[in-house]
Ligand binder design. Structure first.
Ligand code: GLN
Length: 278
């Protein structure tokens, strides 16, 4: 069957504003159905096999349900690599790319690194690829996330060791030690949930996103405690944080005995990272 680009765009415009519909139709045509960019911009018809036609129908249906395009594609880009993603893991965010870029500038190449709440594994796998001498371990509570992270480790030929662990209850064993602990834990408060888009709210795992209003720092506090026993002297914490809690996280870490505690901004000018030394 012949399908026109304008048919796809108008189907998407029923659910998305024009710019987003245009962007999504380009991804659908060029990245998913294999149309060349030139043909796409010339508005040429695509000739789809019955199988591709079914596929297109399913893609449009999912997008009109506000499923994020990365889940529909099954992949997301992170610092130049393609990671497998599915609704069991957060879609990697540009803020997290910035965190990893910062680490790559600052962390010693042969560090022992622990990533807590690894999700798709984007942080751990990238560090393992970029710092081949480092020993990278990653934890997550979710079996589904660990399966996806394990796939990414394998597909990208990284060498991360994944372990299923609940950071809130885990008690470290003697001699378990790291030079760097990094985490992008859940940090969106229940109140902030109200302002979130349906594509995040209905599709991304709430366990990876939300913390109760009554205790928004729960993961940072616990990781800070673990770091006191698991980090080597001078070892570092790298946190991605909710922009509203920079000072709160920093002062909590100082109370826990960390030094050289720094709040850093993301590219949009929001407090987004806290770095500290044991
Ligand atoms: N930055 C993510 C968002 O805005 C939240 C990530 C997290 O909770 N760790 O949805």
């Amino acid at each position: 069957m012949n399908v026109t680009v304008s048919h796809i765009r108008s189907a998407l415009q029923e659910c998305y504003p024009p710019r987003e519909a245009a962007n999504l139709s380009r991804i659908v045509c060029c990245e998913m159905l294999g149309q060349s960019h030139i043909d796409y911009y010339l508005g040429k018809d695509m000739i789809l096999s019955p199988k591709d036609e079914k596929e297109l129908e399913s893609i449009l249906f999912r997008l009109c349900n506000f499923e994020p395009i990365q889940y529909v594609q099954g992949t997301a880009r992170f610092l130049g690599r393609t990671f497998r993603v599915a609704p069991g893991v957060l879609i990697p965010r540009p803020e997290t790319e910035e965190l990893v870029e910062r680490m790559l500038e600052e962390v010693a190449p042969a560090s022992r690194i622990l990533d807590i709440g690894t999700g798709s594994g984007c942080i751990a796998v990238t560090l393992s690829k970029e710092l081949p001498e480092a020993e990278v371990t990653a934890w997550d509570i979710s079996e589904e996330a660990l399966a996806i992270a394990g796939d990414n480790n394998h597909l990208l030929q990284a060498s991360v060791l994944f372990v299923q662990r609940d950071v809130l209850t885990y008690q470290p064993v003697e001699g378990e030690c790291f030079d760097v602990i990094v985490s992008n834990p859940p940090y969106v408060t229940e109140t902030e949930k109200r302002d979130m888009e349906p594509n995040v709210l209905n599709w991304e795992p709430s366990r990876a996103l939300f913390v109760p209003d009554s205790d928004p720092l729960r993961f940072y506090r616990r990781i800070g405690e673990l770091g006191r026993s698991m980090l080597t002297a001078g070892g570092r914490l790298y946190f991605e944080i909710n922009r509203a809690f920079g000072e709160a996280v920093a002062s909590m870490l100082r109370k826990q005995g960390y030094t050289n505690v720094r709040i850093r901004k993301d590219i949009s000018g929001n407090d987004r990272y806290v770095i500290a030394e044991r």
